[in-house]
Each structure stands twice: as C-alpha cells, then as structure tokens.
Write a protein that binds this ligand. Sequence first.
Ligand SMILES: Cc1cc2nc3c(=O)[nH]c(=O)nc-3n(C[C@H](O)[C@H](O)[C@H](O)COP(=O)(O)O)c2cc1C
Length: 308
Amino acid sequence: MLSSTVGNKALNPLRVASTRLQATRLLIEGSPAKVSTFSTMGLPGDKPRHAQAPWREQLSSHLDRTQVYEFTIATIGYDSKGRPVPRVRTCGCRGFFPELELHPSGQKDMDEQVEDGGNPPVYESDLLTFTTDIRMEKLHQLDASGNAVEAVFWLKDLMIQWRIKGTALSIGNPSVDSKEQEHRKALGDWLRPKEGAGDIQKWTWEKAVTKYFANHSPVMRGSFKSPPPGQPRSKIPDNPELQLGQKVTDLHDPIARENFRVVAIVPEEAEYLDLSNADDVRRWKWDFQAAGSEGNSTGRWNESELWP
Ligand SMILES: Cc1cc2nc3c(=O)[nH]c(=O)nc-3n(C[C@H](O)[C@H](O)[C@H](O)COP(=O)(O)O)c2cc1C
C-alpha cells in the first residue's frame, strides 16, 4: 500500500491541514452527539497534557517546503536464530495525528457515510502517523519488540535529515480488544485539545481511524482485501473475497477494515541534522523526560545542540 492519497493529486497532509480545519468546522454544528464508552475511551481527562514538542513546528515547516511525503520506518525483527535484526521500509507519512487533510472525494465519502462527516477538529498532537495492513511484518515486529521504532526523513531539497525515535502504537481494530484500548489510552495522553475548535464530546476514535481509511483512493482501500502481503503468489487464498485490484467505496468494508491500521509514533527523541551549509553543519537533539520528577507534571523536552 503506497502513500498516494485519494485521486491523482497528492496532498501534503501537513501543509493543508489548517485550511481543512476551517471547512470542517462548518460541519460540526447541529446533530446531537452519539458517543459510546469504547469510542471515547482513552481521551484526555482532567490530567495535564503534554505541551507541544519544541521541534514540531520546525519539522512541520520543513515538510511544508518539500514534496516529500514518505519516510523510512525501522523496526526490530528476529532472524531464524532468534537474533534481533533491523528491518526498514518506506511508508507514506500521514502527518500528525489526528489532523489530516482529505481530498474532496474522500471528504464526500466521509460526509455520506460518517456521522457529522467525521470528527470535529478539536485535537492536535506530536504523533506522526502512517497507515498499514495488519498482515504485513511491521506490526508483528512492533508487538514483539516493545513497539520500538525509528522514523527518518531525508529532505534532499533542504539538505535536512529528521529522525524520530520512540514507540509506534497501532489503532483501528474493529473489535476494540485490550491492545486497542491500551494503545488508545497511551495515544490519548498526547492529544491536546484546541481552544474553541468544536464540541469535544463528538470526537471518537472510530471516526478518527475512518478518516485515515477515507484518505486512501478506492483502489488503495481495496489493497486491504488483497491476497495476504508477503505470501507466495502461487498460493491462492481460500477466501475468494481476497483479490487484487478491488475498489472499495464502503468506508466500513468489514474485510478491509479488519486489516487496516493507523500507526502513531509516540516520540521519545527527535534529532535534526542540517547539512545545508557544509561549512557549518548543525545538529540538535530533543529528549523527552516523562512526567514524574519534581516540577515536571506533564513531561518535558530537553534540547541540546550536538557536534555533527
Ligand atoms: C513510496 C512507498 C510508499 C509506501 N507506503 C507504505 C505505507 O504507507 N504503509 C505500508 O505499510 N507500506 C508502505 N509501502 C510498502 C512498504 O515499503 C513495505 O513494502 C510493506 O509495508 C511491507 O513491509 P513489512 O512486511 O516490513 O511490514 C510503501 C512503499 C513505497 C515504495
């Protein structure tokens, strides 16, 4: 499943998010909220939120200035001898959870199939996202390695590299099992309510995940009901519904949604390497110190400049 968004035109989710927010605000007035306990589980309660990460705006503005939508995602796998081994692959970056700009045809599907056309734009976070298929290797590797992840952007136009290290948590299991609940709770700790952006009571995890599914073209949505990725092509699946090249318009297609997941990266360290001036290469690092120590009730980022 590649990173192309709905339609032919690729949209940078970070660049256009603010425009979309204005438009979405118009959709949230009116109809009463239908909020289930499962849907809202894990959402911020009374406890203090993490303040915005000091590197977020800089990374965001760098991505705005390039045409790069992909990043490299590294996980830990285990070889046949049980040794930990690095595993890397390219994934499409889908911006910071849960803000996402939809192509008009994706938004049309949301308007027609999802209550209120989706969530009100009430949250932002420092959690970078990608989407994946549960049948691929990376989610199994995350499960087996404490969800350890590293994401790397090489922004060649700007001669800048960004590395984000932390844990990657998947959400989107339609049966909302204990892992899904645990991941929602952990991600919920990172959601920051945005002042005056709409009715927070109408926000649900289901609508958030469905929006990411809607952000794929019908044929890309269909890839979530392809024959199992990574299996020999000679092996024909027993289930005749698993076929290549299907187009999915139903945002709640049970087979595709069973396999579809949104993955959000909880950052523990961010690093910025600026090679734009060869005479003066610069490198900065930010470490997250979790809440707990005296005077640190929300977690804190420590910045240091390093020799490159
Ligand atoms: C440009 C590009 C974008 C891709 N985007 C994604 C993506 O967003 N999510 C994903 O799971 N795989 C994506 N892939 C495919 C992965 O690189 C990889 O082949 C696939 O996820 C299987 O990897 P795994 O078995 O290690 O999980 C993309 C590949 C390319 C070349």
